[in-house]
Write a protein that binds this ligand. Structure first.
Ligand SMILES: Nc1ncnc2c1ncn2[C@@H]1O[C@H](COP(=O)(O)OP(=O)(O)OP(=O)(O)O)[C@@H](O)[C@H]1O
Ligand SMILES: [Mg+2]
Length: 446
Protein backbone atom coordinates (compact mmCIF):
# COMPACT_ATOMS: atom_id res chain seq x y z
CA UNK A 1 0.00 0.00 0.00
CA UNK A 2 1.28 3.47 -0.85
CA UNK A 3 1.65 5.71 2.15
CA UNK A 4 0.91 9.34 1.47
CA UNK A 5 3.02 11.87 3.38
CA UNK A 6 4.14 10.66 6.81
CA UNK A 7 7.82 11.10 5.99
CA UNK A 8 8.79 11.63 9.63
CA UNK A 9 6.81 8.64 10.84
CA UNK A 10 8.27 6.38 8.15
CA UNK A 11 11.76 7.55 9.10
CA UNK A 12 11.05 6.69 12.74
CA UNK A 13 9.78 3.24 11.70
CA UNK A 14 12.93 2.61 9.67
CA UNK A 15 15.19 3.88 12.44
CA UNK A 16 13.47 1.65 14.95
CA UNK A 17 13.90 -1.43 12.73
CA UNK A 18 17.53 -0.54 11.96
CA UNK A 19 18.51 -0.01 15.57
CA UNK A 20 20.94 -2.72 16.66
CA UNK A 21 19.10 -5.35 18.65
CA UNK A 22 21.88 -5.70 21.20
CA UNK A 23 19.54 -4.74 24.00
CA UNK A 24 17.09 -7.52 23.18
CA UNK A 25 13.39 -6.75 23.45
CA UNK A 26 12.19 -3.44 22.05
CA UNK A 27 8.76 -2.09 21.10
CA UNK A 28 7.45 0.65 18.86
CA UNK A 29 3.88 1.70 19.54
CA UNK A 30 1.93 3.68 16.96
CA UNK A 31 -0.74 5.52 18.87
CA UNK A 32 -3.48 7.87 17.78
CA UNK A 33 -7.20 8.38 17.40
CA UNK A 34 -9.48 6.15 15.33
CA UNK A 35 -9.02 6.53 11.59
CA UNK A 36 -5.91 8.71 11.81
CA UNK A 37 -3.67 6.29 9.87
CA UNK A 38 -2.06 3.91 12.39
CA UNK A 39 -2.82 0.71 10.49
CA UNK A 40 -1.46 2.25 7.30
CA UNK A 41 1.86 2.90 9.03
CA UNK A 42 1.73 -0.45 10.82
CA UNK A 43 1.41 -2.21 7.45
CA UNK A 44 4.32 -0.18 6.11
CA UNK A 45 6.33 -1.25 9.17
CA UNK A 46 5.50 -4.92 8.61
CA UNK A 47 6.57 -4.63 4.98
CA UNK A 48 9.79 -2.84 5.92
CA UNK A 49 10.58 -5.52 8.51
CA UNK A 50 10.09 -8.30 5.96
CA UNK A 51 12.39 -6.52 3.54
CA UNK A 52 15.04 -6.49 6.26
CA UNK A 53 14.71 -10.23 6.71
CA UNK A 54 12.80 -10.21 9.99
CA UNK A 55 10.29 -12.93 10.53
CA UNK A 56 6.93 -11.31 11.18
CA UNK A 57 4.39 -12.89 13.53
CA UNK A 58 1.29 -10.79 13.14
CA UNK A 59 -2.27 -10.38 14.34
CA UNK A 60 -4.98 -7.87 13.50
CA UNK A 61 -7.84 -8.60 15.92
CA UNK A 62 -11.32 -7.27 15.19
CA UNK A 63 -13.25 -5.53 17.95
CA UNK A 64 -15.67 -8.37 18.61
CA UNK A 65 -12.80 -10.86 18.74
CA UNK A 66 -11.63 -9.37 22.01
CA UNK A 67 -13.76 -12.04 23.69
CA UNK A 68 -12.42 -14.96 21.69
CA UNK A 69 -9.78 -16.52 23.90
CA UNK A 70 -6.39 -17.15 22.31
CA UNK A 71 -7.54 -15.89 18.90
CA UNK A 72 -4.56 -13.51 18.80
CA UNK A 73 -2.08 -16.14 19.90
CA UNK A 74 -3.41 -18.36 17.13
CA UNK A 75 -2.69 -15.66 14.54
CA UNK A 76 0.80 -15.12 15.88
CA UNK A 77 1.97 -18.68 16.33
CA UNK A 78 -0.17 -20.95 14.16
CA UNK A 79 2.27 -21.03 11.24
CA UNK A 80 5.30 -21.43 13.49
CA UNK A 81 3.83 -24.24 15.56
CA UNK A 82 4.83 -27.08 13.20
CA UNK A 83 8.45 -25.83 13.34
CA UNK A 84 8.82 -25.57 17.08
CA UNK A 85 6.16 -27.98 18.32
CA UNK A 86 8.36 -31.07 18.22
CA UNK A 87 11.04 -29.32 20.27
CA UNK A 88 8.68 -28.33 23.06
CA UNK A 89 8.24 -30.53 26.12
CA UNK A 90 5.04 -32.57 25.74
CA UNK A 91 2.82 -30.68 28.26
CA UNK A 92 3.84 -27.36 26.72
CA UNK A 93 3.25 -28.51 23.17
CA UNK A 94 -0.13 -29.90 24.18
CA UNK A 95 -1.10 -26.65 25.92
CA UNK A 96 -0.17 -24.64 22.84
CA UNK A 97 -1.98 -27.00 20.47
CA UNK A 98 -5.11 -26.93 22.59
CA UNK A 99 -5.10 -23.12 22.89
CA UNK A 100 -4.53 -22.75 19.16
CA UNK A 101 -7.35 -25.23 18.47
CA UNK A 102 -4.96 -27.56 16.65
CA UNK A 103 -5.86 -30.35 19.04
CA UNK A 104 -9.36 -31.27 20.15
CA UNK A 105 -9.55 -29.87 23.63
CA UNK A 106 -12.64 -31.74 24.84
CA UNK A 107 -10.69 -33.73 27.42
CA UNK A 108 -7.58 -31.60 27.83
CA UNK A 109 -7.63 -28.53 30.05
CA UNK A 110 -5.33 -25.61 29.22
CA UNK A 111 -3.21 -24.69 32.19
CA UNK A 112 -2.39 -21.00 31.84
CA UNK A 113 1.12 -21.22 33.27
CA UNK A 114 2.05 -24.19 31.09
CA UNK A 115 0.74 -22.36 28.06
CA UNK A 116 2.55 -19.12 28.89
CA UNK A 117 5.81 -21.01 29.39
CA UNK A 118 5.19 -22.74 26.05
CA UNK A 119 4.76 -19.35 24.37
CA UNK A 120 8.02 -18.16 25.94
CA UNK A 121 9.87 -21.28 24.75
CA UNK A 122 8.41 -21.03 21.24
CA UNK A 123 9.40 -17.35 20.90
CA UNK A 124 12.84 -18.07 22.31
CA UNK A 125 13.41 -20.86 19.77
CA UNK A 126 12.15 -18.80 16.85
CA UNK A 127 14.28 -15.79 17.83
CA UNK A 128 17.38 -17.97 18.00
CA UNK A 129 16.92 -18.80 14.32
CA UNK A 130 16.12 -15.35 12.98
CA UNK A 131 15.15 -11.90 14.27
CA UNK A 132 11.46 -11.69 15.08
CA UNK A 133 8.90 -8.92 14.78
CA UNK A 134 5.71 -9.46 16.75
CA UNK A 135 3.31 -7.10 14.98
CA UNK A 136 -0.14 -6.47 16.45
CA UNK A 137 -2.55 -3.94 14.99
CA UNK A 138 -5.39 -2.67 17.21
CA UNK A 139 -3.66 -4.18 20.21
CA UNK A 140 -6.49 -2.84 22.41
CA UNK A 141 -8.62 -5.66 20.99
CA UNK A 142 -6.14 -8.46 21.49
CA UNK A 143 -8.05 -10.98 23.61
CA UNK A 144 -7.10 -10.99 27.28
CA UNK A 145 -5.89 -14.61 27.32
CA UNK A 146 -3.43 -13.97 24.49
CA UNK A 147 -2.32 -10.69 26.03
CA UNK A 148 -1.60 -12.29 29.42
CA UNK A 149 0.24 -15.26 27.93
CA UNK A 150 2.32 -13.09 25.62
CA UNK A 151 3.14 -10.57 28.36
CA UNK A 152 4.17 -13.43 30.66
CA UNK A 153 6.46 -14.74 27.94
CA UNK A 154 7.97 -11.34 27.05
CA UNK A 155 8.74 -10.51 30.67
CA UNK A 156 10.89 -13.63 30.71
CA UNK A 157 12.71 -12.89 27.44
CA UNK A 158 14.44 -9.59 28.19
CA UNK A 159 17.67 -10.31 26.29
CA UNK A 160 16.12 -12.00 23.28
CA UNK A 161 16.10 -10.42 19.85
CA UNK A 162 12.38 -9.75 19.52
CA UNK A 163 10.84 -6.50 18.40
CA UNK A 164 7.24 -5.49 18.80
CA UNK A 165 5.27 -3.24 16.49
CA UNK A 166 1.96 -2.32 18.05
CA UNK A 167 -0.80 0.00 16.89
CA UNK A 168 -3.14 1.22 19.58
CA UNK A 169 -5.99 3.71 19.67
CA UNK A 170 -5.73 6.35 22.32
CA UNK A 171 -8.58 7.30 24.57
CA UNK A 172 -9.41 7.55 28.26
CA UNK A 173 -11.10 4.17 28.22
CA UNK A 174 -8.20 2.48 26.42
CA UNK A 175 -5.39 1.52 28.73
CA UNK A 176 -1.79 1.02 27.70
CA UNK A 177 -1.40 -2.61 26.68
CA UNK A 178 0.05 -5.06 29.16
CA UNK A 179 2.53 -5.93 26.41
CA UNK A 180 4.01 -2.43 26.59
CA UNK A 181 4.55 -2.86 30.32
CA UNK A 182 6.12 -6.26 29.69
CA UNK A 183 8.77 -4.74 27.45
CA UNK A 184 9.81 -2.38 30.23
CA UNK A 185 11.95 0.62 29.37
CA UNK A 186 12.49 -0.25 25.73
CA UNK A 187 9.19 1.14 24.47
CA UNK A 188 9.14 3.96 21.96
CA UNK A 189 5.82 5.65 21.28
CA UNK A 190 5.08 7.34 17.99
CA UNK A 191 2.07 9.63 18.02
CA UNK A 192 0.22 9.60 14.70
CA UNK A 193 -1.32 13.02 14.11
CA UNK A 194 -3.35 14.69 11.34
CA UNK A 195 -2.50 14.48 7.66
CA UNK A 196 -1.53 17.80 6.08
CA UNK A 197 -3.86 19.56 3.62
CA UNK A 198 -1.55 18.49 0.81
CA UNK A 199 -1.60 14.90 2.04
CA UNK A 200 -5.37 14.93 2.19
CA UNK A 201 -5.57 16.35 -1.33
CA UNK A 202 -3.45 13.44 -2.60
CA UNK A 203 -5.41 10.88 -0.60
CA UNK A 204 -8.78 12.04 -1.96
CA UNK A 205 -7.45 12.17 -5.48
CA UNK A 206 -5.93 8.72 -5.31
CA UNK A 207 -8.74 6.97 -3.45
CA UNK A 208 -11.79 8.67 -4.88
CA UNK A 209 -10.38 9.97 -8.14
CA UNK A 210 -11.67 13.41 -7.29
CA UNK A 211 -10.08 16.81 -7.01
CA UNK A 212 -11.82 19.33 -4.78
CA UNK A 213 -11.76 23.09 -5.03
CA UNK A 214 -9.33 24.49 -2.48
CA UNK A 215 -12.02 26.03 -0.19
CA UNK A 216 -13.82 22.67 -0.08
CA UNK A 217 -10.55 20.86 0.57
CA UNK A 218 -9.75 23.23 3.42
CA UNK A 219 -13.18 22.68 4.89
CA UNK A 220 -12.79 18.92 4.60
CA UNK A 221 -9.46 19.21 6.38
CA UNK A 222 -10.87 21.43 9.09
CA UNK A 223 -13.97 19.34 9.72
CA UNK A 224 -12.06 16.07 9.77
CA UNK A 225 -9.19 17.48 11.80
CA UNK A 226 -6.86 15.97 9.21
CA UNK A 227 -8.21 12.50 9.99
CA UNK A 228 -7.96 10.52 6.71
CA UNK A 229 -10.78 8.09 7.37
CA UNK A 230 -13.12 10.89 8.43
CA UNK A 231 -12.12 13.02 5.42
CA UNK A 232 -12.66 10.12 3.02
CA UNK A 233 -16.15 9.54 4.40
CA UNK A 234 -16.98 13.27 4.21
CA UNK A 235 -15.71 13.47 0.64
CA UNK A 236 -17.53 10.29 -0.39
CA UNK A 237 -20.80 11.83 0.77
CA UNK A 238 -20.15 15.07 -1.09
CA UNK A 239 -21.86 15.47 -4.44
CA UNK A 240 -19.87 16.56 -7.50
CA UNK A 241 -21.78 19.84 -7.48
CA UNK A 242 -20.76 20.83 -3.94
CA UNK A 243 -20.60 24.60 -3.70
CA UNK A 244 -17.15 25.51 -2.34
CA UNK A 245 -18.49 28.74 -0.84
CA UNK A 246 -21.09 26.95 1.31
CA UNK A 247 -20.71 24.81 4.46
CA UNK A 248 -20.35 21.09 3.71
CA UNK A 249 -23.84 19.82 2.83
CA UNK A 250 -23.31 16.48 4.54
CA UNK A 251 -23.61 15.14 8.08
CA UNK A 252 -20.62 16.27 10.06
CA UNK A 253 -20.18 13.50 12.57
CA UNK A 254 -18.15 10.56 11.43
CA UNK A 255 -20.65 8.17 12.88
CA UNK A 256 -23.55 9.71 10.94
CA UNK A 257 -21.51 9.53 7.75
CA UNK A 258 -20.66 5.89 8.23
CA UNK A 259 -24.22 5.12 9.16
CA UNK A 260 -25.55 6.80 6.04
CA UNK A 261 -23.07 4.80 3.95
CA UNK A 262 -24.18 1.52 5.52
CA UNK A 263 -27.84 2.49 5.18
CA UNK A 264 -27.37 2.72 1.43
CA UNK A 265 -26.60 -1.02 1.29
CA UNK A 266 -29.50 -3.45 0.71
CA UNK A 267 -31.13 -4.94 3.84
CA UNK A 268 -29.89 -8.43 2.99
CA UNK A 269 -26.34 -7.15 2.71
CA UNK A 270 -26.51 -5.43 6.09
CA UNK A 271 -27.86 -8.64 7.63
CA UNK A 272 -24.96 -10.63 6.19
CA UNK A 273 -22.51 -8.00 7.40
CA UNK A 274 -23.99 -8.09 10.88
CA UNK A 275 -23.28 -11.82 11.01
CA UNK A 276 -19.72 -11.23 9.84
CA UNK A 277 -19.26 -8.46 12.36
CA UNK A 278 -20.75 -10.42 15.29
CA UNK A 279 -18.41 -13.29 14.48
CA UNK A 280 -15.22 -11.30 13.94
CA UNK A 281 -13.83 -13.29 11.01
CA UNK A 282 -16.56 -15.35 9.48
CA UNK A 283 -15.59 -17.39 6.40
CA UNK A 284 -17.36 -15.83 3.43
CA UNK A 285 -18.54 -19.31 2.42
CA UNK A 286 -21.10 -19.10 5.25
CA UNK A 287 -22.75 -16.11 3.60
CA UNK A 288 -24.58 -15.57 0.36
CA UNK A 289 -22.33 -14.23 -2.39
CA UNK A 290 -25.17 -12.10 -3.73
CA UNK A 291 -25.71 -10.54 -0.31
CA UNK A 292 -22.02 -9.68 0.08
CA UNK A 293 -21.51 -8.33 -3.43
CA UNK A 294 -22.81 -4.76 -2.81
CA UNK A 295 -20.51 -4.43 0.22
CA UNK A 296 -17.51 -5.51 -1.86
CA UNK A 297 -18.47 -3.00 -4.54
CA UNK A 298 -18.87 -0.29 -1.91
CA UNK A 299 -15.43 -1.10 -0.53
CA UNK A 300 -16.78 -1.75 2.97
CA UNK A 301 -15.39 -5.29 3.15
CA UNK A 302 -12.60 -7.39 1.71
CA UNK A 303 -11.52 -10.99 1.98
CA UNK A 304 -8.67 -12.02 4.24
CA UNK A 305 -7.84 -15.73 4.34
CA UNK A 306 -11.30 -16.40 2.87
CA UNK A 307 -12.94 -14.59 5.81
CA UNK A 308 -14.92 -11.37 5.61
CA UNK A 309 -12.97 -8.41 6.94
CA UNK A 310 -14.28 -4.85 7.21
CA UNK A 311 -11.96 -2.47 5.42
CA UNK A 312 -12.08 -0.33 8.53
CA UNK A 313 -13.09 -1.30 12.08
CA UNK A 314 -15.30 1.79 12.42
CA UNK A 315 -17.61 0.36 9.76
CA UNK A 316 -18.08 -2.75 11.89
CA UNK A 317 -18.51 -0.75 15.12
CA UNK A 318 -21.19 1.50 13.67
CA UNK A 319 -22.99 -1.40 11.99
CA UNK A 320 -23.10 -3.38 15.23
CA UNK A 321 -24.00 -0.45 17.45
CA UNK A 322 -26.86 0.58 15.21
CA UNK A 323 -28.35 -2.84 14.64
CA UNK A 324 -31.39 -3.38 16.82
CA UNK A 325 -30.93 -5.54 19.89
CA UNK A 326 -33.24 -8.12 18.30
CA UNK A 327 -31.14 -8.21 15.13
CA UNK A 328 -27.93 -8.65 17.11
CA UNK A 329 -29.46 -11.45 19.15
CA UNK A 330 -30.66 -13.11 15.95
CA UNK A 331 -27.17 -12.87 14.48
CA UNK A 332 -25.53 -14.38 17.56
CA UNK A 333 -28.25 -17.04 17.63
CA UNK A 334 -27.39 -18.01 14.04
CA UNK A 335 -23.70 -18.08 14.89
CA UNK A 336 -24.30 -20.61 17.67
CA UNK A 337 -24.96 -23.10 14.89
CA UNK A 338 -22.06 -21.96 12.72
CA UNK A 339 -19.07 -22.05 15.07
CA UNK A 340 -17.19 -25.15 16.19
CA UNK A 341 -15.40 -23.86 19.26
CA UNK A 342 -17.56 -24.73 22.32
CA UNK A 343 -16.61 -21.53 24.14
CA UNK A 344 -17.42 -19.42 21.11
CA UNK A 345 -20.77 -21.18 21.07
CA UNK A 346 -21.33 -20.31 24.73
CA UNK A 347 -20.46 -16.71 23.99
CA UNK A 348 -22.89 -16.45 21.09
CA UNK A 349 -25.58 -18.23 23.05
CA UNK A 350 -25.16 -15.76 25.89
CA UNK A 351 -25.31 -12.82 23.49
CA UNK A 352 -28.41 -14.24 21.84
CA UNK A 353 -30.18 -14.64 25.17
CA UNK A 354 -33.09 -12.28 25.80
CA UNK A 355 -31.81 -11.51 29.31
CA UNK A 356 -28.68 -9.92 27.98
CA UNK A 357 -29.10 -6.17 27.73
CA UNK A 358 -25.65 -4.65 27.98
CA UNK A 359 -25.19 -4.06 24.28
CA UNK A 360 -28.44 -2.22 23.75
CA UNK A 361 -27.98 1.04 21.86
CA UNK A 362 -26.98 3.94 24.02
CA UNK A 363 -29.40 6.79 24.29
CA UNK A 364 -27.59 9.99 23.72
CA UNK A 365 -28.66 13.55 24.20
CA UNK A 366 -25.69 14.80 22.25
CA UNK A 367 -26.45 17.94 20.34
CA UNK A 368 -25.75 18.10 16.62
CA UNK A 369 -22.14 18.83 15.90
CA UNK A 370 -21.28 22.49 15.77
CA UNK A 371 -18.16 24.10 14.45
CA UNK A 372 -15.65 24.66 17.16
CA UNK A 373 -14.17 28.13 17.31
CA UNK A 374 -11.06 26.62 18.85
CA UNK A 375 -10.01 24.98 15.59
CA UNK A 376 -10.47 21.79 13.69
CA UNK A 377 -12.27 18.96 15.37
CA UNK A 378 -11.25 15.39 15.08
CA UNK A 379 -12.94 12.22 16.23
CA UNK A 380 -11.59 11.42 19.65
CA UNK A 381 -13.12 8.18 20.82
CA UNK A 382 -12.90 9.06 24.47
CA UNK A 383 -12.37 12.75 24.65
CA UNK A 384 -15.07 13.17 27.27
CA UNK A 385 -16.27 16.19 25.35
CA UNK A 386 -19.82 14.98 24.79
CA UNK A 387 -20.81 14.92 28.45
CA UNK A 388 -24.23 16.40 28.83
CA UNK A 389 -26.16 17.32 31.97
CA UNK A 390 -29.27 15.82 30.33
CA UNK A 391 -27.65 12.43 29.86
CA UNK A 392 -29.99 9.72 31.18
CA UNK A 393 -28.49 8.21 34.31
CA UNK A 394 -30.26 4.90 34.28
CA UNK A 395 -28.24 1.90 33.16
CA UNK A 396 -29.77 -1.04 31.34
CA UNK A 397 -29.93 -3.98 33.71
CA UNK A 398 -27.20 -6.53 33.40
CA UNK A 399 -28.20 -9.88 34.69
CA UNK A 400 -24.72 -11.23 35.25
CA UNK A 401 -25.94 -14.33 37.09
CA UNK A 402 -27.97 -15.52 34.17
CA UNK A 403 -25.41 -14.31 31.71
CA UNK A 404 -22.63 -16.31 33.27
CA UNK A 405 -24.69 -19.41 33.89
CA UNK A 406 -23.45 -21.19 30.77
CA UNK A 407 -19.91 -20.80 32.06
CA UNK A 408 -20.58 -22.51 35.35
CA UNK A 409 -19.84 -26.06 34.18
CA UNK A 410 -16.60 -24.91 32.63
CA UNK A 411 -15.44 -23.11 35.75
CA UNK A 412 -16.63 -25.90 38.04
CA UNK A 413 -14.59 -28.51 36.28
CA UNK A 414 -11.72 -25.99 36.33
CA UNK A 415 -11.27 -26.72 32.68
CA UNK A 416 -9.81 -23.92 30.65
CA UNK A 417 -10.07 -21.35 33.43
CA UNK A 418 -8.19 -18.76 31.41
CA UNK A 419 -10.51 -19.11 28.44
CA UNK A 420 -13.54 -19.05 30.72
CA UNK A 421 -12.38 -16.00 32.61
CA UNK A 422 -11.46 -14.21 29.41
CA UNK A 423 -14.93 -14.88 28.11
CA UNK A 424 -16.45 -13.72 31.38
CA UNK A 425 -14.59 -10.45 31.34
CA UNK A 426 -15.54 -9.91 27.72
CA UNK A 427 -19.19 -10.53 28.42
CA UNK A 428 -19.02 -7.94 31.14
CA UNK A 429 -17.02 -5.62 28.97
CA UNK A 430 -20.00 -3.99 27.21
CA UNK A 431 -20.78 -2.12 30.42
CA UNK A 432 -17.36 -0.50 30.23
CA UNK A 433 -17.60 -0.13 26.48
CA UNK A 434 -20.92 1.63 26.79
CA UNK A 435 -19.49 4.04 29.35
CA UNK A 436 -16.67 4.79 26.93
CA UNK A 437 -19.07 5.10 24.02
CA UNK A 438 -21.12 7.66 25.88
CA UNK A 439 -18.07 9.84 26.23
CA UNK A 440 -17.20 9.24 22.64
CA UNK A 441 -18.08 11.13 19.50
CA UNK A 442 -18.94 7.76 17.97
CA UNK A 443 -21.76 7.36 20.44
CA UNK A 444 -24.91 6.28 18.61
CA UNK A 445 -27.44 9.06 18.38
CA UNK A 446 -30.57 6.91 18.28
N1 LIG B 1 -0.73 8.10 4.96
C1 LIG B 1 -1.75 7.53 4.33
N2 LIG B 1 -1.66 7.22 3.00
C2 LIG B 1 -2.68 6.63 2.35
N3 LIG B 1 -3.85 6.31 2.92
C3 LIG B 1 -4.01 6.57 4.23
C4 LIG B 1 -2.98 7.19 5.00
N4 LIG B 1 -3.41 7.32 6.26
C5 LIG B 1 -4.63 6.81 6.29
N5 LIG B 1 -5.02 6.36 5.08
C6 LIG B 1 -6.33 5.75 4.75
O1 LIG B 1 -7.26 6.28 5.68
C7 LIG B 1 -8.08 5.29 6.23
C8 LIG B 1 -7.88 5.21 7.74
O2 LIG B 1 -6.54 4.85 8.04
P1 LIG B 1 -6.17 3.67 9.06
O3 LIG B 1 -7.06 2.51 8.85
O4 LIG B 1 -4.71 3.44 8.91
O5 LIG B 1 -6.50 4.36 10.44
P2 LIG B 1 -6.32 3.79 11.92
O6 LIG B 1 -5.64 4.84 12.71
O7 LIG B 1 -5.68 2.46 11.88
O8 LIG B 1 -7.81 3.66 12.44
P3 LIG B 1 -8.40 2.69 13.59
O9 LIG B 1 -7.90 3.19 14.91
O10 LIG B 1 -9.88 2.89 13.51
O11 LIG B 1 -7.95 1.31 13.28
C9 LIG B 1 -7.71 4.01 5.50
O12 LIG B 1 -8.61 3.83 4.43
C10 LIG B 1 -6.32 4.26 4.98
O13 LIG B 1 -6.09 3.55 3.79
MG1 LIG C 1 -6.39 0.60 12.37
Amino acid sequence: MDVIGRDDELRSLDASLDRPAAGGLAALVLEGEAGIGKSTLWLAGVEAARKRGLRVLSSRPAELEAGVAYAGLGDLLENALPEVGSELAEPRRRALEVALLVRDRADVPVDFRTLAVAVRSALDMLAEREPILVAIDDVQWLDASSTHALAFALRRLPGVNIRLLLARRIGKAIPVSELEHAVGDHVERLHVGPLSVGGLHQLLQRRLGRVFARPTLLRLHETSGGNPFYALELARALGADADPTQPLPVPETLEALVRARLDRLPDGTREALLLACAHGRLPAAHLSEAALEPAFVDGAIELEDAAVRFTHPLLASVLYQHASLAARRRAHGQLVEMVDDPLARVRHRALAAPSLTPLSPVRSTRRPASRSPAGPRSPRPSSGSSRSPRRPRTQPRIDTGELLQPLAPISRRAKEPARASSLTSWLLEPRRARRAARRSRFCPSS
